[in-house]
Ligand binder design. Sequence first.
Ligand code: C2O
Ligand code: CU
Ligand code: CU
Length: 524
Amino acid sequence: MRRTGLATTALLMDRVPAFSQSVPAKALTLDPNTLAKFVDPLPIPPIVRPDRYQPSPADPGVKIPYFRQAMRPFEMKVHRDLKPTRMWGFSSGFPGPTFDVRSGQEIMVEWVNELPDKHFLPVDHNLGGAGAHQPEVRAVVHLHGGKVAPESDGYPEDWIVPGKSALYHYPNKQDAAMLWYHDHAMGINRLNIYAGLMGAYLLRDDVEDSLQLPNGKYEIPLVISDRFFTPEGQLFYPVSGNANAPWVPEVFGDAILVNGKIFPYLDVAARKHRFRVLNASNARFYHLSFANGASFTQIGTDQGLLPAPIPLKALMIAPGERVDLVIDFSSHRGEEMILKNDAFVIMQFRVSGDKVNDTSSLPAALRPVPKISEAQAVKTRLLSLDEYVNRVAEPVLMLLNGTYWHQPITETPVLNTTEIWTLINPTDDSHPIHLHLVRFQILDRRRFETSAYMGRRELKFTGEPVPPDASEAGWKDTARAEPGMVTRIIVHFEGYAGRYVWHCHILEHEDNEMMRPYEVLAKP
Ligand code: C2O
Ligand code: CU
Ligand code: CU
């Protein structure tokens, strides 16, 4: 039990209104709409270079690239007219530098904690793993979407303190995709990522190369995240009214940053560009579109290329998700195009008036994504997503299947078998559910009667199963479990046996128990 007077089953009926959230007092934060728009060029994080080559842990006869990445405090300008913002980041950057690596080429990364001993964001010592007896500053790096052995996966309790480092091995034996690395420290993950501890990881392969997609300077990562800032330009992380329990259920910052800038602009040639989009926000979902209604094309999901390009006018992206887009600016010569999140401006593209010869292509067939058949599943798990409130209806806790992090492991798939995970969401929130180690497919979503479920744990469907959106119908590692719906995913557990985690990627939820260990068993 984390909070006073909390009775798990008794409070199950007390549901939480969607995204109920204590909003910070307006006076404490900067109104981003007072800032000049499109005065800063979009920064492109540098590509990391190996520091040296050293023997592979898998085969000491082979030398593999070794990278050293330090987490450090630093200051950066998030907008021309703001003073530098104190942040924490990898190699003093936010986002951190981009890894650009090839499938089949294993690498090692030494993640070094060079952070100070005191946190600058409000640690809540009531949260699991963040007790007052724990070191205040802890960090552990997870490669989101990576098929990695458990000892290199960044288990939330494998954190290191300032002055220490951890050497991780990334085999990169998986299809081309945009992965990302970020902190995963138990109970303070939301604060560490908000502080800036994340970066992109591009994995490439021959199939992708053969497609001749836009590349080089025409391929650009767009890392989207939201923050609050004080009028002095410092990060502001909202707190509850209770000084002893500052955790808030979600943070929706009013300033949207792309690659670490507020309202950036990007000069583009009038041709096709490829954008690798990541939602690295703590809790915000984005509904992306162009203000002028321009269409664009999605070519990939979290875990790589789609079977075929999908033309879109708008796109939903949840925290933790990635989308791979191709935008053709050739019919927009000389235009200024605004990318927005519904009513909110995100950034501007300034299309050159010059005609260019575009040698890149956008093939009609990308990469086959064979459907995993339901008949292949050896087990179906029913897993509920639960939110709990206190006597004054404030959310205080989120659980997966009514179970706390520290309780015994309940999800134990066997290596090289397939399972269906049925995510039952009786809450009013959409929860982006992420599994480490694996890639999966979304089977369907189906509406059910939430009151019958919450009262008697009785599952009564009220609608027909709905297939995933076209833009989700590829390989995923994070999927939205929509409110009032049962979302079914099918997962083949392969790669490694051992202990991993699955969790909601709303970081405030994850830090307050909406995360569970799971274990891939080597044998039944
Ligand atoms: Cu992106 Cu377990 O996380
Ligand atoms: Cu992950
Ligand atoms: Cu959640």
